[in-house]
Write a protein that binds this ligand. Structure first.
Ligand SMILES: [Zn+2]
Length: 220
């Protein structure tokens, strides 16, 4: 059997850039949401707790090991660190996790309803419908486990009554998925508001494109 490819890695600069971009894209506001990136030495760069994105600097980021112990940084890591570490521990092919409170995606999270993969690029970049996890308290290890289980074959999952988590090889790719999922949630919501019948993609297209997702994920 061939060795698994090395895990994708990133830099604190890329984590900071994506953190500021998710604010600019309207996916978070204030200090809500958080982001992580796997570093070349196997440690993880996390956004801090309670620091506004617009004034955040590299010095505000926190470096932790995969168990969540702080290795360097003056700040406390995000209180939702288990969301990130649960996925990064479990899936070596992932290099970044992003958690947002985007409005339309969160509407589906309130309804405990998956966002249907009715647009081709969602199947390619997410792997299929965006599932909704069972409700677990914010910041708990239980929530981290619940989310990680749903990310086995998906690039995104909804947190019941809370928001969205996305994952990919790099912060920029995880951010792209977060924006794509939010846009899709808005489109589906709008189509339903029109009273439209939403038609699923043909089953073969779903199967083939989910295979493309799998390939992209395993070859980051
Ligand atoms: Zn949150």
């Amino acid at each position: 059997m061939a060795d698994a490819p090395p895990s994708p890695t990133t830099t604190p600069e890329e984590v900071l850039r994506a953190a500021k971009q998710m604010l600019a894209d309207g996916l978070v506001e204030g200090t809500s949401g958080n982001i992580s990136g796997r570093l070349p030495d196997g440690l993880v760069c996390l956004s801090p707790s309670s620091v506004a994105y617009d004034t955040m600097t590299l010095d505000d980021l926190v470096i932790v090991d995969l168990d969540g112990s702080v290795v360097s940084g003056e700040r406390s890591p995000t209180t939702e660190k288990d969301l990130h570490l649960g996925a990064l521990r479990r899936y070596p092919e992932l290099g970044a996790v992003i958690h947002t409170h985007a409005v339309y995606a969160t509407m589906f999270a309130l309804a405990h309803e998956p966002i249907p993969a009715v647009i081709e690029e969602v199947v390619v970049y997410v792997g299929g419908d965006v599932p909704c996890c069972e409700y677990k308290g914010t910041g708990t290890a239980d929530l981290g486990d619940e989310v990680a289980a749903h990310l086995a074959d998906r690039g995104a999952a909804l947190l019941a009554n809370h928001g969205l988590v996305t994952c990919a090889g790099t912060p920029a790719k995880a951010l792209h998925i977060a924006a794509l999922v939010e846009r899709t949630a808005k489109i589906v919501w709008g189509a339903r508001a029109m009273g439209a019948t939403i038609h699923p993609l043909p089953e073969k297209v779903n199967r083939d494109m989910a295979g493309v997702y799998r390939y992209i994920r395993e070859n980051p």
